[in-house]
Design a protein. Structure first.
Lengths: 150, 114
């Protein structure tokens, strides 16, 4: 059996960028992350899903985390490995408790105007991890696995 | 380009042809403002033609939901037409596919308001 040396290759940091807390940053970050994802070998459908997830995450960071505060930044890091892409998006906001986020699929919440961002990230990525950042803020880590070639 | 909105009347149904991206910011605001304007004018039958919508995020979905609720609260009906597969998938995973009355064909959608 031939060994696939690539599968054991370490992940490489391909992006580490800070953005101001603006909606323009959402577009900019999405574009850069999708470039990295494209280089990693994701197909069209996966790229669309990654784009949606990172967009929702950036919006949360800018709007809910940093509240458009020009003194606060959003940090985006991307690690690209042979088996998965890892995106980390960190804001400098007050933080939040995951268990306090209403379930958008609950009957009482279906017609709410907002509150679907975290759910969509989970729907489109293979793993979503929300952590408190130090000294303050929230880091969201999104992971998408690269489908093995047939 | 964000979103383009074109309004036309088919009988007593207002059809809004939406194209482009309905995302947080310009896109979702434009849709919200137009729906408010139509409601303010007393339009009770509104059909959103989403056939040319290339992208919608959760903010855009929020505006569809808010529009639906506001039109309903004002005694009217808002329906959707021509969803692309991606928008359809999005409404399905958010359990909104069964909330909206969704049509594939305009003539059929118009008749359904009767």
């Amino acid at each position: 059996m031939a060994l696939d040396a690539g599968a054991d290759a370490p992940s490489k940091e391909v992006m580490d960028q800070e953005y101001p807390s603006t909606l323009e940053s959402v577009d900019a970050a999405e574009g850069e992350i999708l470039k990295a994802a494209g280089h990693a070998g994701f197909g069209e459908d996966d790229l669309h899903q990654i784009g949606m997830a990172v967009r929702e995450c950036m919006v949360n960071a800018v709007v809910h985390g940093n509240r458009y505060n020009r003194n606060k930044r959003v940090r985006v890091k991307v690690l690209s490995g042979p088996q998965e892409l890892t995106v980390s998006i960190t804001d400098q906001g007050e933080g939040f408790e995951l268990h306090e986020v209403p379930d958008p699929l609950h009957d009482n919440n279906l017609l709410r105007h907002s509150g679907r961002g975290l759910f969509l990230m989970s729907a489109f990525m293979d793993k979503v991890d929300v952590r408190k950042a130090k000294p303050q803020g929230t880091e969201v880590v999104l992971v998408k696995k690269i489908a093995p070639r047939e | 380009m964000s979103v383009k909105l074109n309004t036309r009347q088919v009988g007593d149904v207002t059809v809004v042809d939406v194209s482009g991206r309905i995302t947080l910011g310009e896109g979702s605001s434009a849709l919200r403002d137009l729906l408010r304007e139509l409601i303010g004018k007393g339009q009770k039958k509104i059909l959103l033609n989403l056939g040319e919508v290339t992208y919608i995020d959760s903010s855009g979905i929020g505006e569809l939901v808010s529009g639906f609720t506001t039109v309903s609260n004002n005694g009217g009906t808002l329906k959707l037409l021509g969803l692309t597969k991606r928008v359809q998938d999005l409404l399905q995973i958010t359990k909104l596919y069964t909330v909206f009355d969704i049509h594939e064909e305009e003539a059929h959608a118009i008749r359904s308001f009767a």
